[in-house]
Design a binder for this molecule. Structure first.
Ligand code: TYD
Ligand code: MG
Length: 452
């Protein structure tokens, strides 16, 4: 007999309380306690002779036979890339993103282009079957023999999927799905978690690949997909601005491929199109260069990407502000401190605004040098030559440290016609690419001197 009991868990720190409280007693966060269900097995204290436990299930590592993971192509090269080279059979993938960014569109396309689309089941809890069919027509896949189901109860979905035996299933979205086991409303943390757990268990037992769609809500997504990240094999998030034509899908976690891998798509009137040569799409094409901009060769997953970093430094009226879009503002504060200590340039009476063009999020330390250069050129109102690229990590001692993918970054920049690169000494190429001058430097100071 399994008894279901409810408890309350803090969505900020995870501590558990038997009663609902307005404030978490552990971390002090307000209104963060949400209901969770726990099931209790009656004999959980006595392990010996526990039903189902047998030594035969313990196996020595070399005896485990591994077959190559079987992968299916989704028909979208960029999606295959973020998945680590195609969809792994029996894996569970969470796709998160703002409402309206293109999750349903991407998955409908991915299902329709599978080698056997009749083995795909698309479960919609949000839209009616007519809406899905209209979208499919718009995407030009209206005649594909996909299986559709409009249903929100987990038990029914699993029962139907057990008879249908699809090879790939999409749940759109997990926030609309509920299980009978729990009383709380669909979309609540406990419903999302329990329904997802049932679906994941079903997928693992039956070997089907499962996509879960999750909406990210505006306050950091605690009640949304974040609570599911540890349950699934792969987590993909949509990045970028909805206003822009481009859609970026990033792998945050992947048991079958590189993390931070980016897939880049363009939203067209016929759905998402893959962008095959994305390196330079985020560079602005203005004829007149302005101060405070620099091109960074960033490293995303397994390939280089040219990104434009813009900074604006202005007199502060009051407490100086550090505002960033697409970049960590703490890292900016750290870099400003290094700039002060090791180059004597102070910005404590200035506001500093920083923007990564195109809505891309930059997290790698290889962007450090570009950030400092952008800030400094805005501060000095200096316009850099358009053909310059930089990359490199800055240490607290003011030294420039090498970063992964140095050669590939330099080659990529040369391919796009850049003439000058300032890079860490450890990333110096054995031979300069044709038409490009590479300055390999050891310190931040030395790097800044190359700008003059
Ligand atoms: P959708 O996939 O419904 O977003 P989500 O599932 O993440 O909420 O995408 C909806 C947006 O995409 C909507 O604003 C319309 C746009 N769109 C196109 O521009 N072209 C298309 O062919 C389709 C199907 C949608
Ligand atoms: Mg949708």
């Amino acid at each position: 007999m399994t008894k279901v009991k409810t408890q309350y868990s803090c969505s900020a720190c995870g501590s558990v309380s038997p009663k609902w409280l307005g404030q978490c007693t552990d971390c002090g966060a307000w209104n963060s306690l949400t209901e969770i269900a726990i099931s209790k097995t009656p004999n959980s204290g006595r392990w010996q002779g526990y039903a189902g436990a047998s030594e035969a299930s313990i196996i020595a590592l070399p005896q485990i036979s591994t077959t190559q993971t079987e992968r299916l192509s989704t028909g979208l090269e960029e999606l295959d890339r973020v998945l680590g080279g195609g969809l792994v059979m029996g894996s569970v993938i969470l796709i998160g993103g703002d409402p309206g960014i293109g999750k349903s569109t991407l998955l409908l396309q991915a299902l329709a282009h599978l080698p056997e689309p009749d083995k795909a089941l698309y479960v919609t809890g949000e839209e009616s079957l007519q809406q899905v069919s209209l979208r499919a027509k718009r995407l030009g896949v209206g005649q594909m023999p996909l299986k559709l189901l409009a249903e929100t109860q987990v038990e029914t979905i699993i029962a139907l999927a057990t008879t249908l035996k699809p090879s790939v299933m999409v749940i759109d979205s997990i926030q609309t799905i509920f299980t009978q086991l729990i009383q709380s409303a669909p979309g609540s943390v406990s419903q999302v978690r329990e329904s997802a757990a049932l679906l994941v268990r079903f997928a693992k037992q039956s070997g089907i690949s499962l996509y879960l769609v999750g909406h990210v809500n505006k306050d950091g997504a605690i009640a949304g997909p974040r609570v599911l990240e540890h349950m699934v094999d792969t987590v993909l998030y949509f990045e970028g601005e909805k206003e822009s034509r481009f859609r970026i899908v990033r792998a945050i976690k992947n048991r079958f491929g590189a993390v931070n891998e980016l897939g880049i798509f363009a939203m067209t009137d016929k759905g998402l199109r893959e962008v095959n040569n994305p390196s330079a799409i985020f560079l602005s094409r203005t004829a007149k260069p302005s101060s405070g901009t620099i091109v960074l060769v960033s490293w995303e997953g397994s390939r280089p990407l040219l990104l434009e970093i813009q900074a604006l430094v202005d007199d502060s009226h009051g407490v100086p502000r550090r505002v960033t879009v697409g970049y960590d503002h703490n890292r900016l504060a750290l870099l400003l401190a290094v700039l002060h200590r090791h180059s004597g340039i102070t910005m404590h009476q200035m506001d500093v605004f920083l923007n990564v063009v195109g809505g891309v999020k930059v997290t790698e330390t290889g962007a450090d040098l570009a950030i400092v250069v952008a800030v400094l050129t805005s501060f000095r109102d200096k316009i850099l030559d358009k053909g310059t690229v930089v990359f490199g990590e800055i240490g607290l001692g003011g030294e420039l440290r090498p970063v992964p993918g140095g050669q590939e970054r330099i080659i990529e920049a040369a391919k796009h016609g850049f003439k000058r690169a300032i890079v860490p000494k450890g990333n110096a190429p054995r031979q300069n690419p044709e038409g490009m001058e590479v300055f390999a430097v050891e310190t931040l100071k030395e790097a800044l001197s190359k700008l003059d």
